[in-house]
Design a protein around this ligand. Structure first.
Ligand SMILES: [Ca+2]
Ligand SMILES: [Ca+2]
Ligand SMILES: [Ca+2]
Ligand SMILES: [Ca+2]
Length: 550
Protein backbone atom coordinates (compact mmCIF):
# COMPACT_ATOMS: atom_id res chain seq x y z
CA UNK A 1 0.00 0.00 0.00
CA UNK A 2 2.89 2.34 -0.58
CA UNK A 3 1.08 3.83 -3.53
CA UNK A 4 1.00 7.55 -2.86
CA UNK A 5 -1.67 10.02 -3.78
CA UNK A 6 0.36 11.35 -6.71
CA UNK A 7 0.62 7.90 -8.21
CA UNK A 8 -3.07 7.27 -7.61
CA UNK A 9 -3.80 10.47 -9.47
CA UNK A 10 -1.60 9.65 -12.43
CA UNK A 11 -3.12 6.19 -12.50
CA UNK A 12 -6.56 7.78 -12.58
CA UNK A 13 -5.56 10.09 -15.40
CA UNK A 14 -5.51 7.30 -17.90
CA UNK A 15 -7.60 4.67 -16.15
CA UNK A 16 -10.64 6.89 -16.57
CA UNK A 17 -9.36 9.07 -19.38
CA UNK A 18 -9.89 12.05 -17.13
CA UNK A 19 -7.69 14.48 -18.96
CA UNK A 20 -10.95 15.37 -20.60
CA UNK A 21 -13.69 14.71 -18.13
CA UNK A 22 -13.05 14.37 -14.42
CA UNK A 23 -14.33 16.89 -11.94
CA UNK A 24 -13.21 15.26 -8.72
CA UNK A 25 -9.50 15.15 -9.41
CA UNK A 26 -8.79 18.83 -9.03
CA UNK A 27 -7.47 18.21 -5.58
CA UNK A 28 -4.07 19.84 -5.56
CA UNK A 29 -4.93 23.09 -7.28
CA UNK A 30 -3.77 25.02 -4.21
CA UNK A 31 -1.40 24.24 -1.40
CA UNK A 32 -2.44 22.69 1.88
CA UNK A 33 -2.18 24.94 4.94
CA UNK A 34 0.99 24.37 6.94
CA UNK A 35 0.63 21.33 9.26
CA UNK A 36 -3.11 21.43 8.64
CA UNK A 37 -3.67 18.15 10.42
CA UNK A 38 -3.36 19.90 13.81
CA UNK A 39 -5.81 22.71 12.97
CA UNK A 40 -9.31 23.21 14.36
CA UNK A 41 -12.38 23.71 12.19
CA UNK A 42 -13.86 26.48 14.34
CA UNK A 43 -10.68 28.34 15.26
CA UNK A 44 -8.77 27.90 11.99
CA UNK A 45 -11.43 27.06 9.42
CA UNK A 46 -9.70 23.79 8.49
CA UNK A 47 -10.91 20.36 9.55
CA UNK A 48 -7.75 19.07 11.15
CA UNK A 49 -7.91 17.12 14.40
CA UNK A 50 -7.54 20.08 16.83
CA UNK A 51 -4.28 18.77 18.34
CA UNK A 52 -3.07 22.19 19.46
CA UNK A 53 -6.44 22.99 21.02
CA UNK A 54 -6.32 19.73 23.01
CA UNK A 55 -2.91 20.59 24.48
CA UNK A 56 -3.72 24.25 24.98
CA UNK A 57 -7.16 23.94 26.56
CA UNK A 58 -7.11 20.60 28.39
CA UNK A 59 -3.79 18.81 28.72
CA UNK A 60 -1.59 21.84 29.44
CA UNK A 61 1.39 20.87 31.52
CA UNK A 62 -0.20 17.80 33.03
CA UNK A 63 1.71 14.68 33.89
CA UNK A 64 1.80 11.88 31.39
CA UNK A 65 3.11 8.34 31.17
CA UNK A 66 5.23 7.25 28.23
CA UNK A 67 3.38 5.08 25.72
CA UNK A 68 5.09 2.72 23.30
CA UNK A 69 3.66 2.67 19.78
CA UNK A 70 4.87 -0.06 17.43
CA UNK A 71 5.15 0.99 13.79
CA UNK A 72 5.04 -2.08 11.56
CA UNK A 73 6.23 -0.64 8.27
CA UNK A 74 9.13 -0.29 5.84
CA UNK A 75 11.60 0.73 8.57
CA UNK A 76 12.24 4.05 10.29
CA UNK A 77 15.19 6.45 10.20
CA UNK A 78 15.94 6.30 13.92
CA UNK A 79 18.60 9.03 13.60
CA UNK A 80 16.17 11.63 12.18
CA UNK A 81 16.64 14.92 14.04
CA UNK A 82 12.92 15.18 14.82
CA UNK A 83 12.45 11.52 15.84
CA UNK A 84 15.65 10.35 17.54
CA UNK A 85 14.50 11.26 21.05
CA UNK A 86 11.24 9.37 20.54
CA UNK A 87 12.55 6.01 19.42
CA UNK A 88 11.96 3.09 21.79
CA UNK A 89 15.07 1.50 23.23
CA UNK A 90 14.81 -2.00 24.62
CA UNK A 91 15.86 -1.43 28.25
CA UNK A 92 16.99 -4.98 28.90
CA UNK A 93 19.08 -5.61 25.82
CA UNK A 94 22.82 -4.87 25.79
CA UNK A 95 23.65 -3.73 22.23
CA UNK A 96 26.07 -5.55 19.97
CA UNK A 97 27.26 -8.28 22.32
CA UNK A 98 25.77 -11.09 20.25
CA UNK A 99 23.65 -12.20 23.21
CA UNK A 100 19.88 -12.18 23.66
CA UNK A 101 20.20 -10.50 27.05
CA UNK A 102 16.47 -10.13 27.75
CA UNK A 103 15.77 -13.61 26.37
CA UNK A 104 12.87 -12.46 24.22
CA UNK A 105 14.11 -14.60 21.32
CA UNK A 106 15.90 -11.77 19.51
CA UNK A 107 19.64 -11.11 19.70
CA UNK A 108 20.65 -7.44 20.19
CA UNK A 109 17.16 -6.13 19.42
CA UNK A 110 17.68 -2.57 20.63
CA UNK A 111 15.10 -0.55 18.64
CA UNK A 112 12.78 -3.32 17.47
CA UNK A 113 13.32 -5.91 14.75
CA UNK A 114 13.68 -6.24 10.99
CA UNK A 115 11.88 -9.32 9.64
CA UNK A 116 13.18 -8.70 6.12
CA UNK A 117 16.86 -9.40 6.56
CA UNK A 118 19.50 -11.88 7.68
CA UNK A 119 22.13 -11.93 10.40
CA UNK A 120 24.85 -10.95 7.91
CA UNK A 121 23.09 -7.60 7.70
CA UNK A 122 21.60 -8.11 4.23
CA UNK A 123 18.07 -6.79 3.75
CA UNK A 124 15.30 -7.76 1.38
CA UNK A 125 14.14 -4.64 -0.48
CA UNK A 126 11.76 -5.47 -3.31
CA UNK A 127 9.11 -8.17 -3.25
CA UNK A 128 6.46 -9.49 -5.57
CA UNK A 129 2.76 -8.93 -5.00
CA UNK A 130 1.02 -11.66 -3.03
CA UNK A 131 -0.95 -12.61 -6.13
CA UNK A 132 2.29 -13.10 -8.08
CA UNK A 133 3.80 -15.18 -5.26
CA UNK A 134 0.75 -17.42 -4.89
CA UNK A 135 0.27 -17.82 -8.61
CA UNK A 136 3.96 -18.71 -9.10
CA UNK A 137 3.72 -21.25 -6.28
CA UNK A 138 0.60 -22.90 -7.72
CA UNK A 139 1.96 -22.71 -11.26
CA UNK A 140 4.94 -24.84 -10.24
CA UNK A 141 2.43 -27.42 -8.98
CA UNK A 142 -0.26 -27.32 -11.68
CA UNK A 143 1.13 -25.32 -14.61
CA UNK A 144 1.92 -28.36 -16.73
CA UNK A 145 -1.12 -30.41 -15.82
CA UNK A 146 -3.09 -31.63 -18.84
CA UNK A 147 -6.00 -33.07 -16.91
CA UNK A 148 -7.42 -32.87 -13.39
CA UNK A 149 -8.24 -36.57 -13.39
CA UNK A 150 -6.76 -38.38 -10.43
CA UNK A 151 -6.47 -35.29 -8.23
CA UNK A 152 -7.66 -35.66 -4.63
CA UNK A 153 -10.46 -33.29 -3.53
CA UNK A 154 -7.84 -31.20 -1.71
CA UNK A 155 -5.61 -31.04 -4.81
CA UNK A 156 -8.65 -30.18 -6.91
CA UNK A 157 -9.39 -27.25 -4.58
CA UNK A 158 -5.81 -26.01 -4.98
CA UNK A 159 -6.10 -26.47 -8.74
CA UNK A 160 -9.28 -24.36 -8.79
CA UNK A 161 -7.46 -21.66 -6.85
CA UNK A 162 -4.65 -21.87 -9.42
CA UNK A 163 -7.11 -21.24 -12.26
CA UNK A 164 -8.70 -18.37 -10.33
CA UNK A 165 -5.32 -16.73 -9.65
CA UNK A 166 -4.27 -17.33 -13.25
CA UNK A 167 -7.13 -15.16 -14.48
CA UNK A 168 -6.45 -12.50 -11.84
CA UNK A 169 -2.70 -12.49 -12.46
CA UNK A 170 -2.99 -12.25 -16.22
CA UNK A 171 -5.46 -9.37 -15.92
CA UNK A 172 -3.20 -7.59 -13.42
CA UNK A 173 -0.07 -8.13 -15.50
CA UNK A 174 -1.84 -6.75 -18.57
CA UNK A 175 -3.06 -3.71 -16.63
CA UNK A 176 0.38 -2.99 -15.15
CA UNK A 177 2.03 -3.33 -18.57
CA UNK A 178 -0.47 -1.00 -20.22
CA UNK A 179 -0.38 1.57 -17.45
CA UNK A 180 3.38 1.25 -17.17
CA UNK A 181 3.88 1.82 -20.88
CA UNK A 182 1.60 4.86 -20.70
CA UNK A 183 3.48 6.35 -17.77
CA UNK A 184 6.88 5.65 -19.33
CA UNK A 185 5.71 7.33 -22.54
CA UNK A 186 4.25 10.26 -20.61
CA UNK A 187 7.41 10.67 -18.55
CA UNK A 188 9.71 10.50 -21.58
CA UNK A 189 7.49 12.99 -23.39
CA UNK A 190 7.70 15.26 -20.36
CA UNK A 191 11.50 15.04 -20.21
CA UNK A 192 11.65 15.88 -23.94
CA UNK A 193 9.27 18.80 -23.52
CA UNK A 194 11.24 20.12 -20.58
CA UNK A 195 14.43 20.16 -22.69
CA UNK A 196 12.53 21.90 -25.50
CA UNK A 197 11.31 24.61 -23.13
CA UNK A 198 14.73 24.99 -21.52
CA UNK A 199 16.25 25.62 -24.95
CA UNK A 200 13.44 27.96 -26.01
CA UNK A 201 13.48 30.00 -22.79
CA UNK A 202 17.26 29.93 -22.59
CA UNK A 203 17.41 28.79 -18.96
CA UNK A 204 17.55 25.56 -16.99
CA UNK A 205 15.04 26.55 -14.30
CA UNK A 206 11.78 28.15 -15.37
CA UNK A 207 8.56 29.09 -13.61
CA UNK A 208 4.84 28.68 -14.31
CA UNK A 209 4.84 32.36 -15.24
CA UNK A 210 7.56 31.79 -17.86
CA UNK A 211 5.36 29.11 -19.42
CA UNK A 212 2.24 31.28 -19.25
CA UNK A 213 4.13 34.05 -21.07
CA UNK A 214 4.84 31.89 -24.10
CA UNK A 215 2.52 33.42 -26.70
CA UNK A 216 0.46 31.96 -29.50
CA UNK A 217 3.09 32.69 -32.17
CA UNK A 218 5.51 30.16 -30.66
CA UNK A 219 6.48 27.17 -32.85
CA UNK A 220 4.26 24.09 -32.68
CA UNK A 221 6.69 22.00 -30.58
CA UNK A 222 6.88 24.80 -28.01
CA UNK A 223 3.11 25.20 -27.93
CA UNK A 224 2.71 21.45 -27.38
CA UNK A 225 5.27 21.44 -24.57
CA UNK A 226 3.48 24.36 -22.97
CA UNK A 227 0.15 22.56 -23.24
CA UNK A 228 1.54 19.44 -21.55
CA UNK A 229 2.89 21.44 -18.62
CA UNK A 230 -0.41 23.25 -18.20
CA UNK A 231 -2.54 20.11 -18.49
CA UNK A 232 -0.45 18.31 -15.89
CA UNK A 233 -0.57 21.31 -13.57
CA UNK A 234 -4.36 21.37 -13.87
CA UNK A 235 -4.40 17.91 -12.35
CA UNK A 236 -1.89 18.78 -9.66
CA UNK A 237 0.87 16.89 -11.46
CA UNK A 238 4.47 17.91 -12.02
CA UNK A 239 7.87 16.44 -12.74
CA UNK A 240 8.16 15.00 -9.22
CA UNK A 241 4.84 13.15 -9.30
CA UNK A 242 5.45 11.89 -12.83
CA UNK A 243 8.88 10.61 -11.83
CA UNK A 244 7.32 8.92 -8.82
CA UNK A 245 4.70 7.25 -10.99
CA UNK A 246 7.41 6.18 -13.44
CA UNK A 247 9.47 4.62 -10.62
CA UNK A 248 6.35 2.94 -9.21
CA UNK A 249 5.51 1.21 -12.50
CA UNK A 250 9.13 0.41 -13.23
CA UNK A 251 9.30 -1.46 -9.91
CA UNK A 252 5.98 -3.22 -10.51
CA UNK A 253 7.18 -4.44 -13.89
CA UNK A 254 10.60 -5.52 -12.65
CA UNK A 255 9.53 -7.08 -9.36
CA UNK A 256 5.81 -6.84 -8.51
CA UNK A 257 4.44 -8.97 -11.36
CA UNK A 258 7.68 -10.82 -12.10
CA UNK A 259 6.98 -14.56 -11.60
CA UNK A 260 10.71 -15.35 -11.45
CA UNK A 261 11.71 -12.72 -8.88
CA UNK A 262 12.06 -14.52 -5.53
CA UNK A 263 14.17 -12.56 -3.06
CA UNK A 264 13.10 -14.39 0.12
CA UNK A 265 16.22 -16.54 0.07
CA UNK A 266 18.04 -13.47 1.45
CA UNK A 267 16.05 -13.88 4.67
CA UNK A 268 16.72 -17.60 4.70
CA UNK A 269 13.60 -18.87 6.43
CA UNK A 270 10.91 -21.07 4.93
CA UNK A 271 8.19 -18.43 4.51
CA UNK A 272 5.48 -21.09 4.35
CA UNK A 273 6.47 -22.57 7.72
CA UNK A 274 4.99 -20.48 10.52
CA UNK A 275 7.09 -22.31 13.11
CA UNK A 276 10.33 -21.26 11.43
CA UNK A 277 10.53 -17.84 13.03
CA UNK A 278 14.15 -17.26 14.00
CA UNK A 279 15.03 -14.88 11.20
CA UNK A 280 15.60 -11.19 10.50
CA UNK A 281 18.14 -8.71 11.84
CA UNK A 282 18.40 -5.90 14.36
CA UNK A 283 19.01 -3.08 11.87
CA UNK A 284 15.55 -1.52 11.64
CA UNK A 285 15.93 1.26 9.07
CA UNK A 286 16.42 -0.92 6.00
CA UNK A 287 16.99 0.18 2.41
CA UNK A 288 13.88 2.38 1.98
CA UNK A 289 12.51 3.91 5.18
CA UNK A 290 10.68 6.83 3.60
CA UNK A 291 7.19 5.43 4.26
CA UNK A 292 7.83 4.19 7.80
CA UNK A 293 9.68 7.35 8.81
CA UNK A 294 6.78 9.46 7.59
CA UNK A 295 4.29 7.33 9.54
CA UNK A 296 6.44 7.52 12.69
CA UNK A 297 6.70 11.32 12.47
CA UNK A 298 2.93 11.79 12.31
CA UNK A 299 2.64 9.94 15.61
CA UNK A 300 5.78 11.01 17.38
CA UNK A 301 7.84 13.84 15.82
CA UNK A 302 9.27 15.98 18.60
CA UNK A 303 6.73 18.64 19.61
CA UNK A 304 9.17 20.57 21.80
CA UNK A 305 12.12 21.30 19.56
CA UNK A 306 12.18 24.09 17.04
CA UNK A 307 12.73 21.65 14.19
CA UNK A 308 10.59 20.26 11.42
CA UNK A 309 7.10 19.18 12.36
CA UNK A 310 5.04 18.36 15.43
CA UNK A 311 3.82 14.83 16.01
CA UNK A 312 0.47 14.23 17.69
CA UNK A 313 1.54 12.44 20.86
CA UNK A 314 4.08 14.13 23.14
CA UNK A 315 5.07 11.35 25.53
CA UNK A 316 5.64 8.51 23.13
CA UNK A 317 8.31 6.08 21.95
CA UNK A 318 8.22 4.38 18.57
CA UNK A 319 9.14 0.69 18.43
CA UNK A 320 10.35 -0.03 14.91
CA UNK A 321 9.28 -3.29 13.27
CA UNK A 322 10.31 -3.67 9.66
CA UNK A 323 8.02 -6.10 7.83
CA UNK A 324 6.83 -4.22 4.74
CA UNK A 325 9.05 -4.38 1.63
CA UNK A 326 8.57 -2.52 -1.63
CA UNK A 327 5.91 -5.00 -2.74
CA UNK A 328 3.46 -7.04 -0.67
CA UNK A 329 4.26 -7.89 2.94
CA UNK A 330 3.97 -11.50 4.13
CA UNK A 331 1.38 -12.62 6.67
CA UNK A 332 4.03 -14.49 8.61
CA UNK A 333 6.15 -11.35 9.11
CA UNK A 334 3.09 -9.30 10.07
CA UNK A 335 2.07 -11.90 12.66
CA UNK A 336 5.61 -12.10 14.11
CA UNK A 337 5.80 -8.30 14.31
CA UNK A 338 2.49 -8.14 16.19
CA UNK A 339 3.72 -10.72 18.72
CA UNK A 340 6.95 -8.76 19.15
CA UNK A 341 5.06 -5.51 19.75
CA UNK A 342 2.73 -7.07 22.32
CA UNK A 343 5.46 -9.00 24.15
CA UNK A 344 7.80 -6.04 24.38
CA UNK A 345 5.46 -3.41 25.79
CA UNK A 346 3.73 -1.63 22.90
CA UNK A 347 0.15 -0.58 23.73
CA UNK A 348 -0.69 0.64 20.24
CA UNK A 349 0.31 -0.83 16.85
CA UNK A 350 0.13 1.13 13.61
CA UNK A 351 -0.30 -0.91 10.42
CA UNK A 352 -0.25 1.23 7.26
CA UNK A 353 -0.19 -1.57 4.70
CA UNK A 354 -2.52 -4.01 3.00
CA UNK A 355 -3.13 -6.41 0.15
CA UNK A 356 -5.97 -8.27 -1.51
CA UNK A 357 -4.83 -11.87 -0.85
CA UNK A 358 -3.84 -13.28 2.53
CA UNK A 359 -2.68 -16.92 2.28
CA UNK A 360 -1.88 -17.18 6.01
CA UNK A 361 -4.70 -15.06 7.39
CA UNK A 362 -5.14 -17.47 10.30
CA UNK A 363 -1.64 -16.63 11.53
CA UNK A 364 -2.39 -12.89 11.47
CA UNK A 365 -5.78 -13.49 13.13
CA UNK A 366 -4.10 -15.39 15.97
CA UNK A 367 -1.65 -12.55 16.52
CA UNK A 368 -4.48 -10.00 16.51
CA UNK A 369 -6.36 -12.11 19.09
CA UNK A 370 -3.20 -12.20 21.17
CA UNK A 371 -2.97 -8.40 21.01
CA UNK A 372 -6.64 -8.22 21.99
CA UNK A 373 -6.06 -10.49 24.99
CA UNK A 374 -3.13 -8.34 26.10
CA UNK A 375 -4.93 -5.00 25.79
CA UNK A 376 -3.11 -3.72 22.71
CA UNK A 377 -4.89 -1.48 20.20
CA UNK A 378 -4.35 -1.97 16.45
CA UNK A 379 -4.82 0.87 13.95
CA UNK A 380 -5.00 -0.11 10.28
CA UNK A 381 -5.10 1.95 7.08
CA UNK A 382 -8.13 1.22 4.86
CA UNK A 383 -6.20 1.39 1.56
CA UNK A 384 -5.98 3.68 -1.48
CA UNK A 385 -8.01 1.97 -4.20
CA UNK A 386 -11.18 4.07 -3.79
CA UNK A 387 -12.97 0.76 -3.20
CA UNK A 388 -15.82 -0.31 -0.96
CA UNK A 389 -14.02 -2.74 1.35
CA UNK A 390 -17.31 -4.07 2.72
CA UNK A 391 -17.34 -5.84 -0.63
CA UNK A 392 -13.77 -6.26 -1.84
CA UNK A 393 -11.06 -8.21 -0.04
CA UNK A 394 -8.57 -6.12 1.90
CA UNK A 395 -6.10 -7.72 4.33
CA UNK A 396 -5.27 -7.66 7.15
CA UNK A 397 -8.69 -6.90 8.58
CA UNK A 398 -10.63 -7.07 11.81
CA UNK A 399 -12.92 -9.89 10.62
CA UNK A 400 -11.51 -13.23 11.74
CA UNK A 401 -11.98 -16.21 9.43
CA UNK A 402 -14.74 -17.51 11.74
CA UNK A 403 -16.68 -14.25 11.31
CA UNK A 404 -15.92 -12.78 14.73
CA UNK A 405 -14.69 -9.19 14.88
CA UNK A 406 -11.54 -8.01 16.66
CA UNK A 407 -12.59 -5.46 19.28
CA UNK A 408 -9.14 -3.87 19.47
CA UNK A 409 -9.04 -2.76 15.83
CA UNK A 410 -9.69 0.66 14.22
CA UNK A 411 -9.90 0.83 10.40
CA UNK A 412 -9.10 4.31 9.03
CA UNK A 413 -9.98 6.14 5.79
CA UNK A 414 -8.48 9.47 4.65
CA UNK A 415 -9.79 13.05 4.52
CA UNK A 416 -8.52 16.21 2.85
CA UNK A 417 -8.15 19.73 4.28
CA UNK A 418 -11.04 20.89 2.13
CA UNK A 419 -14.65 21.42 3.06
CA UNK A 420 -17.34 18.98 1.98
CA UNK A 421 -18.09 17.76 -0.60
CA UNK A 422 -14.29 17.49 -1.19
CA UNK A 423 -13.58 16.40 2.40
CA UNK A 424 -12.95 12.73 1.67
CA UNK A 425 -9.76 11.81 -0.22
CA UNK A 426 -10.66 10.60 -3.71
CA UNK A 427 -8.30 7.61 -3.33
CA UNK A 428 -9.57 6.42 0.06
CA UNK A 429 -11.21 3.05 0.53
CA UNK A 430 -14.48 3.13 2.45
CA UNK A 431 -17.17 0.84 3.83
CA UNK A 432 -20.12 1.46 6.14
CA UNK A 433 -19.46 -1.84 7.92
CA UNK A 434 -15.67 -1.95 7.73
CA UNK A 435 -14.10 1.52 7.97
CA UNK A 436 -14.51 2.88 11.50
CA UNK A 437 -13.43 6.47 11.09
CA UNK A 438 -11.75 8.97 8.79
CA UNK A 439 -8.62 11.04 9.51
CA UNK A 440 -6.41 13.56 7.66
CA UNK A 441 -4.49 11.77 4.89
CA UNK A 442 -3.83 14.26 2.09
CA UNK A 443 -0.69 16.39 1.92
CA UNK A 444 0.33 15.49 5.46
CA UNK A 445 3.72 16.91 6.40
CA UNK A 446 6.05 14.63 8.28
CA UNK A 447 9.57 13.27 8.64
CA UNK A 448 11.46 11.34 5.95
CA UNK A 449 14.94 9.79 5.75
CA UNK A 450 17.97 11.99 6.32
CA UNK A 451 16.38 14.55 8.68
CA UNK A 452 14.20 15.72 5.80
CA UNK A 453 10.48 16.47 5.60
CA UNK A 454 7.85 15.75 2.97
CA UNK A 455 4.12 16.01 2.32
CA UNK A 456 2.64 12.63 1.48
CA UNK A 457 -0.89 11.41 0.94
CA UNK A 458 -2.60 8.11 1.56
CA UNK A 459 -4.61 6.22 4.16
CA UNK A 460 -1.10 5.23 5.29
CA UNK A 461 -0.91 8.77 6.68
CA UNK A 462 -4.46 8.72 8.12
CA UNK A 463 -3.91 5.60 10.26
CA UNK A 464 -0.98 7.09 12.24
CA UNK A 465 -3.10 10.18 12.89
CA UNK A 466 -5.50 7.92 14.80
CA UNK A 467 -2.59 6.02 16.37
CA UNK A 468 -1.20 9.38 17.53
CA UNK A 469 -4.51 10.35 19.13
CA UNK A 470 -4.74 6.92 20.79
CA UNK A 471 -1.20 7.37 22.16
CA UNK A 472 -2.08 10.86 23.37
CA UNK A 473 -5.08 9.52 25.31
CA UNK A 474 -3.18 6.52 26.67
CA UNK A 475 -0.33 8.72 27.89
CA UNK A 476 -2.54 11.18 29.78
CA UNK A 477 -5.25 8.70 30.79
CA UNK A 478 -3.32 5.43 31.25
CA UNK A 479 -6.21 3.74 33.08
CA UNK A 480 -8.19 3.31 29.87
CA UNK A 481 -8.00 -0.04 28.08
CA UNK A 482 -7.46 -0.48 24.34
CA UNK A 483 -11.16 -1.13 23.80
CA UNK A 484 -12.10 1.93 25.89
CA UNK A 485 -9.70 4.14 23.93
CA UNK A 486 -11.19 2.86 20.70
CA UNK A 487 -14.65 3.70 22.01
CA UNK A 488 -13.52 7.20 23.10
CA UNK A 489 -11.99 7.92 19.66
CA UNK A 490 -15.03 6.67 17.75
CA UNK A 491 -17.62 8.32 20.00
CA UNK A 492 -15.90 11.71 19.92
CA UNK A 493 -15.44 11.82 16.13
CA UNK A 494 -16.69 14.95 14.36
CA UNK A 495 -19.86 13.84 12.59
CA UNK A 496 -20.49 15.27 9.14
CA UNK A 497 -24.19 14.52 9.32
CA UNK A 498 -25.55 17.74 7.81
CA UNK A 499 -23.52 17.70 4.66
CA UNK A 500 -22.74 15.43 1.75
CA UNK A 501 -19.32 14.29 0.61
CA UNK A 502 -18.10 12.97 -2.74
CA UNK A 503 -17.74 9.20 -2.66
CA UNK A 504 -14.22 8.17 -3.68
CA UNK A 505 -14.03 6.84 -7.22
CA UNK A 506 -17.54 7.79 -8.28
CA UNK A 507 -17.97 11.35 -7.02
CA UNK A 508 -21.56 10.56 -5.97
CA UNK A 509 -22.70 12.79 -3.13
CA UNK A 510 -23.31 10.68 -0.03
CA UNK A 511 -23.40 11.00 3.73
CA UNK A 512 -20.12 10.10 5.45
CA UNK A 513 -22.17 7.57 7.41
CA UNK A 514 -22.57 5.64 4.13
CA UNK A 515 -18.77 5.39 3.91
CA UNK A 516 -17.94 4.48 7.51
CA UNK A 517 -19.30 3.10 10.77
CA UNK A 518 -19.14 6.38 12.70
CA UNK A 519 -19.69 8.83 9.84
CA UNK A 520 -17.04 10.91 11.56
CA UNK A 521 -13.52 12.34 11.43
CA UNK A 522 -11.14 11.82 14.36
CA UNK A 523 -10.69 14.81 16.67
CA UNK A 524 -7.99 14.92 19.35
CA UNK A 525 -9.63 17.72 21.33
CA UNK A 526 -13.03 16.04 21.49
CA UNK A 527 -11.40 12.67 22.31
CA UNK A 528 -9.39 14.16 25.17
CA UNK A 529 -12.48 16.00 26.39
CA UNK A 530 -14.44 12.74 26.46
CA UNK A 531 -11.56 10.92 28.18
CA UNK A 532 -11.51 13.69 30.78
CA UNK A 533 -15.28 13.44 31.38
CA UNK A 534 -15.17 9.66 31.66
CA UNK A 535 -12.26 9.87 34.10
CA UNK A 536 -14.21 12.27 36.31
CA UNK A 537 -17.20 9.93 36.17
CA UNK A 538 -16.62 7.58 39.11
CA UNK A 539 -18.48 4.74 37.43
CA UNK A 540 -15.90 4.00 34.80
CA UNK A 541 -12.27 4.23 35.89
CA UNK A 542 -12.19 1.41 38.50
CA UNK A 543 -13.25 -1.15 35.94
CA UNK A 544 -10.17 -0.38 33.89
CA UNK A 545 -7.55 -0.40 36.62
CA UNK A 546 -6.49 -3.95 36.08
CA UNK A 547 -2.77 -4.42 35.65
CA UNK A 548 -1.13 -5.85 32.61
CA UNK A 549 2.18 -7.55 32.32
CA UNK A 550 4.55 -5.45 30.24
CA1 LIG B 1 16.58 -9.74 23.00
CA1 LIG C 1 22.56 -8.19 23.42
CA1 LIG D 1 17.90 -4.48 8.37
CA1 LIG E 1 9.58 19.07 15.80
Amino acid sequence: MKKTHAIALVACLFATNVFAQSQYLKVSSFNAPNEWLHLDLHQDGIMGISTEKAYREILGKRKSKTVIVAVIDSGVDITHEDLKDHIWVNPNEIPQNGIDDDRNGYVDDVYGWDYLGNTNGQDLAKERSELTREYAKLYAQFGHLKTTEGLSPQQKASYDLFKKYQIQYEAKAKEVKEEGEFVVKLYKQFVGNKATLQAFLGKKEFTDADIANIDATAPKAIAEAKKMYETLAKFGQNEVSLKEAYTHYDRLLQYGINLQHDPRSIVGDNPNDLNDFHYGNNEVTGPDARHGTHVAGIIAANRNNALGVKGIASDVKVMVLRAVPDGDERDKDVARAIYYAVDNGAKIINMSFGKSISPQKNAVDEAVRYAESRDVLIIHAAGNDNANIDQSDNFPNKRFTNGEIAQNWIEVGATTWMQPPAAVADFSNYGSKTVDIFAPGVDVQSTVVGSKYESLSGTSMAAPVVAGVAAMIKSYYPHFSAVQIKSIILNSATKLSNTKVAQPGTGDLVNLKQLSITGGVVNAYQAVKLAEELTKNTLLPQASKKTHKQ
